[in-house]
Design a protein around this ligand. Structure first.
Ligand SMILES: CC(=O)N[C@H]1[C@@H](OP(=O)(O)OP(=O)(O)OC[C@H]2O[C@@H](n3ccc(=O)[nH]c3=O)[C@H](O)[C@@H]2O)O[C@H](CO)[C@@H](O)[C@@H]1O
Ligand SMILES: C=C(OP(=O)(O)O)C(=O)O
Length: 432
């Protein structure tokens, strides 16, 4: 894909209604899990983004047929699959290539995967994946390739060493095919993990404890086909709340999946941004106080990320840019990734008042006026945070490496322009 640049004319108020795409991090494990069944699967509301397109290419390369019936409807038929050599370049493009391990191990008894890619936001360990596969009866060899082998996967009582999202997903997929009952303890429970579990149930799997940190899977399941709708992307909804706030604009986020927004709304409420709920729509009114809530006694408050159901790591960059426009001081504490906060130097050069204390903590004092700047997107969420800053800033900004943003957000410039933003998408002219 050719590199892309966004030229953003900032300072315009937005307004209107926008609908979030399907959840990227649900679509990816669900596309991978479609390899578990020999029957046809139709997925609706699949975000048509670089990550899903890459995974579709990968599943085709192992013998599955995958056709886009409509822009966001994908039909997958994995009648025959083979654990053929997977393209290292494609695997390195996305973190989710590791999610092929579970289904291919279950279907073929072995798989060798080149290392996965994904956002460069700090060390991304795979140990929890290995731990789970080994306890389910597989042997794992990790050299320049990751090799998994199992003549017969067997149910087990597995305690994950941390609630890793993709490790939980891989283990869940493998456990559906394993003989006997699996208890997955200390499991991740993010909305995308729940969505994957519901998809597996739609195929015929027997799973209890969906949405909790102990998932019980009774295998092996006789799987059929299914038609399944991917849930809305709560991270995109959070990004849109941030967009409304920094541009002081009223936005209605239609079909927002409000049941999964509690911790996200609570995080923004700490920044003085209160959303209303109307049916399944989330309404962000203009005229927010944007006043950071001090802790009791006037102490400096903190917003930190944690595994679900707490405030998600993937919204930390968005929360930081939002806080620059709020009145007060807050400590932003990113606990999961050690490189996700480095992008704040760009916000600082735009006029934000931020002290990066260490790789995990930044103090934001607001509000500050942002000026347009030249930026480069290091990862999906920092890129989206830069886009929010650019839309809110006075003057024109250029965001290089905007294809990173498009890994996670579908047609974002077109959809934000429909709300009144002025973003021009052009082929990249330089790489600064
Ligand atoms: C394709 C996909 O779904 N990617 C998501 C998935 O990545 P991914 O599954 O790779 O992330 P993990 O859940 O494995 O862990 C993320 C990081 O957090 C650390 N960690 C995790 C749990 C914990 O209790 N303590 C802790 O420190 C891990 O060591 C790791 O460094 O989950 C991440 C965490 O929500 C998200 O940022 C990614 O967008
Ligand atoms: C980190 C992310 O994605 P990935 O795990 O695919 O790199 C993200 O969605 O913010």
């Amino acid at each position: 894909m050719a590199p892309v640049q966004y030229i953003v004319e900032g300072g315009h108020r937005l307004g209107g209604t926008i609908e979030p795409s399907g959840n990227k991090n649900a679509a990816l494990p669900i596309i991978a899990a479609a390899l578990l069944t020999e029957h046809k699967v139709t997925l609706e509301n699949v975000p048509r983004i670089r990550d899903t397109e890459t995974l579709v290419e990968l599943i085709r390369s192992v013998g599955a047929s995958a056709e886009w019936l409509e822009r966001n409807t994908l039909e997958i038929h994995a009648k025959d699959v083979r654990a053929a050599d997977l393209d290292p370049e494609l695997c390195a493009r996305i973190r989710a290539s590791i999610l092929l391990a579970g289904p291919l191990l279950a279907r073929c008894g072995e798989v060798a995967l080149p290392p996965p890619g994904g956002d460069v936001i700090g060390r991304r360990r795979l140990d929890t994946h290995f731990l789970a596969f080994e306890q389910l009866g597989a042997t794992v060899t990790a050299t320049h390739r990751l090799e998994f082998r199992a003549t017969r996967l067997k149910g087990a009582d597995v305690f994950l060493d941390e609630p890793s999202v993709t490790a939980t997903e891989n283990a869940l997929i493998a456990a559906v095919a394993a003989h006997g009952t699996t208890h997955l303890r200390n499991a991740a429970s993010e909305p995308h993990v729940q969505d994957l579990a519901h998809f597996l149930v739609a195929l015929g799997a027997r799973i209890e404890g969906i949405g909790t940190n102990t998932i019980i899977i009774h295998g092996p399941a006789k799987l059929g086909g299914a038609r399944y709708v991917i849930q809305p992307d709560h991270i995109e909804v959070g990004s849109l709340i941030g967009l409304a706030a920094v541009t002081r604009s009223p936005l209605r986020i239609a079909r927002a999946g409000v049941e999964h927004l509690r911790s996200i709304r609570m995080g923004f409420e700490r920044l003085g941004i209160v959303c209303g709920v109307e049916g399944d729509d989330l309404v962000v009114p203009s005229g927010q106080t944007m006043k950071i809530h001090d802790d009791f006694g006037g102490h400096v408050p903190k917003l930190e990320d944690q595994p679900w159901p707490a405030f998600p790591a993937d919204l930390m960059s968005i929360a930081i840019v939002t806080a620059t426009q709020c009145d007060g001081v807050i400590l932003m504490f990113e606990k999961m990734f050690e490189s996700r906060m480095f992008f704040v130097d760009k916000l600082i050069s735009m006029g934000a008042r931020i002290v990066l204390c260490d790789p995990h903590r930044a103090i934001v004092a607001g509000p500050s006026r942002l000026r347009g700047a030249l930026m480069t997107s290091p990862d999906i969420r920092a890129g989206m945070a830069m886009l929010l800053a650019a839309v809110a800033a006075e003057g024109t900004s250029t965001i290089n490496n905007a294809d990173q943003i498009e890994r996670g957000y579908e047609r974002i410039e077109e959809r934000l322009n429909a709300l009144g933003a002025r973003i021009t998408r052009v082929p990249a002219r330089d790489s600064h």
